[in-house]
Design a binder for this molecule. Structure first.
Ligand code: SF4
Length: 355
């Protein structure tokens, strides 16, 4: 952990408060705090910041630096999250901030996840109300997605925004590494409609080595999300020399089938060299092999970051007719009725009415 100089607390040009007291922490003695938001449970002395770089002990209080700080805000196809069984073909206002509680060598968003800008003049800020208003004004927008960097570490802002979004009739989605403590997750579940959780590799050793995280809290949280009946999809990046191990892969598939169910949606994503890893990209033949292998256990499997014919389409698990066709972010849902059922056999595919 690094020791930082205290921040001013104010955006100089906008007069907006930059910092806010964290919701989940406890004090340990006179000047040490312990953050209880994620399973790292960082213990911080005065001036010290957590592994995520956005939580800091300021004079004995745990303060977040990223409240309302926006790194990106875009209206994206919901498929881009990726969420394939959640309002297919619709748009979702997507926002991100800075920092992450993981430090993956292969991070694909490292410019925002592995930094927090120190020049406050360059930061963009938005209030909860401004984002809600923006979300409501966008045509065909279903709601708000928390994405781009790890939303868990911006919990206070995400939580407030999610509560307000639900009150406003908007849907909410969170794209996360799933590394959050139990209590904050339970509070969040009431206000998040859909999750895409990144399951990096089915090995605790490799989680620790390549991400600085742990596997078991992620698995526990996947089960919790499933039990609460929130919409859940999983992304698995197949990284060369890391998660391309077929033994780990088989274990992961078996775990998903047994613990989350055979209709769990799984996105297998192609890795490209980035950040601190320059191993070659996942080969198309390996992706195809893993895709075929997965289809034998999980009918709702998709490939990402690569185009292979048919690997983005959705086929009904009952009658096998194609119900959704996708090409890039063009989506044709003509095989579904208005209740999300297969129009050929009536099997429910998407448990949502999106009209
Ligand atoms: S959110 Fe996690 S990484 Fe960040 S300070 Fe809290 S325990 Fe540490």
């Amino acid at each position: 952990m690094q020791v930082n100089m205290p921040l001013t607390g104010i955006f100089p040009d906008q007069n907006i408060k930059l910092m806010k007291e964290a919701l989940f922490y406890k004090t340990l003695g006179s000047d040490t705090v312990q953050c209880l938001l994620c399973p790292h449970h960082c213990r911080l002395s005065i001036g010290e910041e957590g592994k995520c770089r956005v939580r800091i002990n300021e004079n004995g209080k745990l303060i977040i630096k990223s409240y309302g700080v926006i790194s990106a805000i875009h209206t994206d196809p919901v498929e881009k999250k990726p969420l394939y069984h959640f309002y297919p073909g619709k748009k979702i206002l997507s926002i991100g901030s800075f920092g992450c509680n993981f430090h993956c060598d292969f991070c694909q968003n490292w410019e925002i996840s592995q930094s927090f800008p120190t020049n406050h003049y360059k930061l963009h800020h938005a209030s909860v109300d401004e984002i809600i208003e923006k979300a409501k004004q966008i045509k065909d927008n279903i709601g708000i997605a928390f994405t781009y960097n790890e939303p868990v570490i911006n919990y206070e802002f995400v939580f407030e925004l999610a509560v307000k979004a639900k009150e406003s009739g908007l849907k909410t989605a969170m794209i996360s590494n799933g590394f959050i403590a139990e209590k904050p997750l339970m509070h969040l579940l009431t206000y998040i409609d859909a999750f895409n959780i990144d399951l990096k590799v089915f090995s605790d050793d490799l989680y620790r080595k390549y991400s600085g995280g742990r596997l078991s809290p992620v698995l526990r949280n996947l089960k919790t999300i499933r039990k609460r009946n929130c919409h859940l999809e999983i992304t698995h990046l197949i990284v060369t020399g890391m998660s391309d191990n077929t033994e780990f892969f088989d274990d992961m598939l078996n775990w998903i089938v047994n613990e989350l169910g055979e209709h769990t949606v799984l996105h297998l994503s192609r890795y490209f060299p980035n950040y601190q890893m320059n191993r070659p990209p996942t080969t198309p033949s390996l992706l195809k092999y893993m895709f075929d292998k997965t289809q034998q256990k999980l009918p709702y499997v998709y490939l990402g970051n690569i185009f292979l014919d048919g690997s983005s389409d959705t086929s009904c698990h009952n009658c096998h007719s194609t119900v959704i066709e996708r090409y890039a972010y063009e989506v044709n849902v003509s095989g579904l009725d208005e209740n999300g059922n297969c129009s050929n056999c009536g099997q429910n595919i998407i448990q949502l009415i999106w009209k």
